[in-house]
Design a protein. Sequence first.
Length: 654
Amino acid sequence: MTERSFISMALALALLVFAGCDDKNAGVDAGPVLPDPICLESGDGPYAMAFTDVTADLQLDPNNMRATATILTIVDIDGDHWPDVFLSKASSEREDPADPAYRYRLFRNTGGAGFEEVTFESGLFTARDGTEGRATSYIIWADVDNDGDKDAFSMVNETTTNSAALLDHTSIFFNDGTGHFDIGPEQSFTSGQYDPIVAAAFLDYNLDGLLDVFIGHHYATYGSLSSTVQDSLFAGNGQGGFSDVTDAAGLTTFSFTATNADEGTNHKPTWGVTACDVDGDGWADLMTNSYGRQFNAFYRNTGGSYEDLTLTSGHGSDGNEDYSDDQFFLCYCEDNPTASDCAGVESPVIVCPDGNTWTPGADDHSWRLGGNSSNSVCGDVDNDGDMDILAVELRHWHIGGASDMTELLINDGFPANPFERPGNDATGLVRDHAGGWNEGDLGALMADFDNDGRLDVLIASSDYPDTYSLLYQQQTDGAFSEVGSGAHARIHRSHGLGLIDYDRDGDYDLIVGTSLMRWSASDNPPAPEDTFAHVLRNDTGQNANKVMIHLRGSGVAGGANRDAVGARITVSAGGETFMREVQGGYGLNGFQRDDLIIIGIGANCAVDSVTVRWPNAALDEVVYTPVLPNYVLVIEEGQEVIHQSLEEYTNPTS
């Protein structure tokens, strides 16, 4: 372990004053030169949250640039420190630039006041044959060649139903540093005949300083368990090439059988993937989220190879296997009243569908009594220095209590202890339902929106009537309260989420994608014309103190990857610690946030230290002090901290 402890803040400020008194102090090393301290008199949080829909102000509304998106990711394509936005409808079809259906768009941030479209001029949607309008289902971003800019992992979802007409395949695109992209080498990212890719996360699984990618695959033929494909880990070579190391890394799964499913070792219909360091040892662990109520997988990184803790981690499912209120089971019992499990059960309250909807020997097994899981979101919810998980689930009233719900999984000494599930009544992540209901939770994120030092939770719920975004603010006792409506952050049929400080005022704003699935004539509000995105400006967090950090790895042999993916940041202030980790995308269809890490510290006007554990071969842990809040701390591996105002940070060439 190395430690860089310069001098205390008070001593640094005293030396600055002393050094500026007269010429006789010339040549005296006064330590790092700090700017004037900034203290925001915010009082103790939490603070009343308020968001303003500024979509029209930014001319992204239906009457102007018509920003449409079901899913989206945030990226700085040109290195100007203004975050840009990729929007997508998750299509595998090509676009006609002359008559666009707005299946995907790339918008460049023009300095916080607006965005300009650079979709086709970027080169990111030019096919291998030179055709403009290349199909792009989703994109996540990473500096795969360690040259200091964001490259694109452009994914195309290939299934048995669309493969015959598919013109494009998943590819890497290289950034030249100005936001112009060229397609990389032709290579496959699947172990099967088809590539039903739905999720990807960048990580450095072996700490060699080169980014790797973990990929989740869904059904190749929807609903067919025999068509599922091995989730795959691909090792990067630092030049945009990737090789399949799934088996070598201990991540092998097997074709579906009932026995494999019981053991959790089958290829699953994956929806989301996540890479983060759950056990705190510096090596990125892996999680997958499964559709079809199958087990979610958990793989612990033991130093460059993985052990399967799916059934013992507490991440696989919530363990509730009581299917006595599952309406399909009750329909089965109505037709088979003498079946062994059917004695004394209630009558179904649904109109039972024709045909078999419940299969004894399968639907009553553990592997069919979990959740329809879309995301595992990492974050230190209780500020105790370890990584907790928000498990995000889609569920319906008629399936009953065995279907997993969206809830927090608390880390209390993992892996010695499995995750704890205190339940939503205890954590406050509750919601009101009336009559028949659906929870279409297809996305989520955790962030400190009011910068009070406590992570908040945003859930995107979609694709069913009466589903909308839910904003849960963490209170002083650690419980959550839903404030979305009062904070003007409730978006109907919300789907994709983008965490972005688009105006660079020091708090996280939001971009929310929407869905057109399953709208009906009776819906209120009525169905919109298209999947219009919404930009919500945060009007609260800028008023509290925060530590803003931009990390850069060295990108050299033995050092950390340039994006610093996997770095762990710990801020100590006011007797508390606040931990964040740099991630390379996660979740169903890709969620990726702003590169600027914003860590709220509430009323604290002084920071004791910032500690970074770099994802390099030595897992160096470096303590940086003195540091000041309310400045951007630009920290490059092996270098001193640079304090920049937000204005300086967003003018990197000045």
